[in-house]
Design a protein around this ligand. Structure first.
Ligand SMILES: [Zn+2]
Length: 265
């Protein structure tokens, strides 16, 4: 297992990598064209943490069975790995952070992710960063409605770049939350990535167990445009290792030697 070797190079990489792909809230509109400036000259501060793990081969943070288990915190969900239509997490709870929309459904996460979200929002606030939760859990049927709407409005090909077909959205896991801020009018915009709030999230979310699931420049791998707002909960250990690796979750799993079959193949 070699992923920790990426820790040393992750700083520069990571800061360039932040892009998109959630699967849509009402206004997860087609991302704007604005280009993100490279911030590779900023130096990250997590090298110290990663170095102490290089002395011997670490235990993998992921488990092949967990990745394939839709009820697991580590569940891999993407366009090739779908959740069943009737999957509903058993421990959904209302989030305890400021929210943007009224819908009770989308203001939920699984308990562990909700607790971590509260911790992260509190940590942000302590540094003067105010975050808002916009869209968390979505049922299969909610996702189907959203996706159908986008498809009707934009065509299937375009819709597929920023929205997920039902079963393919991480939001159905109850482990994904779209976050936003007043500075982007509480919407989900690529520009969020360049706000103080977006930068804070990018640099700190992993410490609370979340990764930016659809980084910039990784559309070919994740299947989605850059979404600096879409956070996926994986637990702090795994999220931090992925952060330090500079990889997407798909790449990280592959690098870890896990053999994940695609649905229907
Ligand atoms: Zn999302």
């Amino acid at each position: 297992m070699k992923y920790t070797i990426y820790g040393k190079i992750s700083g520069a990489l990571l800061l360039i990598l932040l892009l998109a792909g959630c699967g849509g809230t009402e206004e997860e509109a087609v991302p704007e064209e604005e280009q993100t400036e490279s911030e590779a000259d900023e130096s990250p501060d997590e090298e110290a943490e990663s170095e102490e793990m290089n002395s011997e081969e670490p235990e993998p943070f992921i488990d092949e069975e967990d990745i394939a288990d839709e009820g697991s915190i580590q569940a891999l969900v993407n366009k090739e790995h779908h959740l069943s239509a009737d999957y509903v997490p058993e421990d959904l709870v209302p989030v305890e952070v400021p929210t943007v929309l009224e819908s009770p459904e989308i203001n939920q996460l699984r308990q562990e992710a909700s607790d971590a979200l509260t911790e992260m929002f509190d940590a942000a606030l302590a540094e003067g960063i105010t975050l808002y939760a916009r869209s968390g859990y979505r049922s299969y049927n909610t996702q189907a409605s959203l996706y159908d709407g986008y498809r009707a409005a934009h065509g299937e090909e375009a819709a597929n770049r920023f929205s997920a077909p039902p079963g393919a959205s991480e939001h159905q896991t109850g482990l994904a939350m779209d976050v936003t801020a007043e500075s982007v009018n509480y919407e989900l915009l690529e520009a969020f990535g360049e706000t103080d709030e977006g930068i804070w999230v990018r640099e700190n979310a992993h410490e609370h167990g979340f990764i930016i699931r659809y980084p910039e420049g990784k559309e070919e791998i994740t299947g989605y445009l850059y979404e600096p707002w879409h956070l996926r909960y994986l637990g702090a250990e795994l999220a931090s290792d992925i952060y330090e690796s500079g990889l997407t979750y798909e790449e990280y799993i592959r690098e870890s030697g896990m053999d994940i079959e695609e649905d229907g193949e």
